[in-house]
Design a protein around this ligand. Structure first.
Ligand code: ADP
Ligand code: MG
Length: 384
């Protein structure tokens, strides 16, 4: 467990509590499309409300151009969503600097911090303005913890007190349970389009896990490194040498890397790897591969999953991903899943509740697994 204070270690009773949330959720026509991250933030907010704190919430949404308000990046729809979930009027404050905060406003939501010049540069002036709003700063945006911004790092530095909220704490605990003190056998399943985006994740995992299962487009480069012909599939020739090193490094660490033996091609035909034609594209793992992966999953004590096994957006190539989700759901192991597309697949399959922990962090989740130190967490450790 990281050495930072949590909201339980400080007195927030009747204090002004500023919580950095991750309300970076998909919104269409002013309506929240997926409220997982908002629901995940509720325990921290409710804890502060129960303590009769004045609760000030802030978050980013998307990547707007700083200095210009743009309707599509406004957090206003989140205020409506939160009011309903909390059964409490959440006042929305659009202007910055905030000069109309009333002691009687129990809970307010500030406008998107990324409209503010200096936010992504971690401007000390902006961070001081944020810190001045509160007695206690609570960092609960795990999904933004890998960003050194004014609302994640600077504000912690300048606040009287800065602590972790329950979501951030739970995320760190769940990921440490995989990366630091896991029950073996540990099985990691990593997928997605390109091996280059997750190369460091694979490198970090092979020193920690017993079995590293790779699927999705990123398996293609590893298959090529083993000397397999992969037809016209997506792969990254530049990474061929790195992939070969990864495979031998896994051997040195006694980590078994498991790759597909059969696949689904663009015509939705199942083929053994050896039967691939030069024009074939691998778009999903095949049924024999699914069965093999499911066996590893069934005998695991700890499971980590990130990345779809195929182009799951198309139902023709979603079977591998759905079957893996199902296999993990049926397992009794401690299971953690993360990643935007991975969570979408799990939600499509209505299996969210079957996982031990669902990480709300995309980039932060991957960086934490890589063993990187996340700046917002470091700021809390320094503060202590
Ligand atoms: P996550 O968001 O869960 O971290 P990624 O964004 O890394 O996952 O990967 C998801 C993407 O990978 C999806 O858009 C999916 O279509 C793509 N993908 C998976 N398998 C393949 C494949 N065989 N060929 C091309 N793209 C693939
Ligand atoms: Mg993704």
């Amino acid at each position: 467990m990281a050495q930072f204070l949590t909201i339980n270690d400080v007195n927030i009773n009747k204090k002004r509590v500023l919580i950095r949330e991750d309300f970076n959720v998909p919104i269409a026509d002013g309506v929240v499309q997926n409220d997982l991250r908002i629901r995940a933030a509720l325990p921290g907010i409710q804890q502060a409300l129960r303590a009769n704190a004045q609760v000030i919430l802030m978050s980013h949404l998307g990547r707007p151009e700083p200095g210009h308000w743009q309707a599509e990046f406004s957090l206003q729809p989140i205020a409506a969503c939160l009011s309903e979930m909390l059964n409490e009027n959440v006042k929305f404050i659009k202007q910055w600097p905030v000069d109309n905060l009333n002691v009687h406003d129990k809970i307010v939501l500030l406008e998107n911090v990324r409209f503010l010049p200096g936010e992504t540069e971690n401007s000390p002036d902006l961070a001081k303005q944020m810190a001045a709003l509160c007695d206690v700063f609570v960092m609960d945006a795990f999904g933004s913890a890998h960003r050194a911004h004014a609302s994640t790092v600077g504000v912690a530095e300048f606040s009287a007190q800065a602590v972790a909220g329950p979501l951030l704490t739970a995320e760190v605990e769940a990921l440490d349970r995989i990366m630091q003190n896991a029950k073996h056998p540990v099985v990691a399943i990593i997928g997605g389009a390109k091996v280059s985006t997750k190369f460091e994740v694979l490198q970090a995992l092979l020193t920690k896990v017993d079995t590293l299962i790779v699927g999705g487009g990123m398996a293609n480069t590893l298959l090529a490194a083993q000397g397999n012909a992969i037809g016209a599939s997506l792969w990254e020739p530049d990474l061929l040498d790195a992939a070969k090193k990864l495979l031998s490094s896994a051997q040195e660490h006694n980590c078994k890397i498991v790759l597909p033996t059969d696949v689904v091609t663009q015509d939705a035909v199942v083929k053994n790897l050896q039967a691939l034609q030069a024009t074939d594209q691998i778009l999903d793992i095949g049924p024999a591969t699914v069965q093999q992966y499911a066996q590893y999953i069934a005998s695991a004590a700890t499971i980590l999953w990130n990345g779809p096994m195929g182009v799951f957006e198309n139902p023709k190539f979603a079977n591998g991903t759905m079957q893996i989700a199902d296999a993990i759901a049926r397992s009794q192991a401690f299971s953690v899943a993360g990643g935007g597309d991975t969570l979408a697949a799990i939600e499509n399959a209505h299996l969210t509740a079957e996982f031990s922990y669902i990480s709300t962090g995309g980039g932060a989740f991957l960086e934490y697994i890589e063993g990187k130190r996340l700046p917002a967490i470091e700021a809390l450790i320094t503060k202590r």
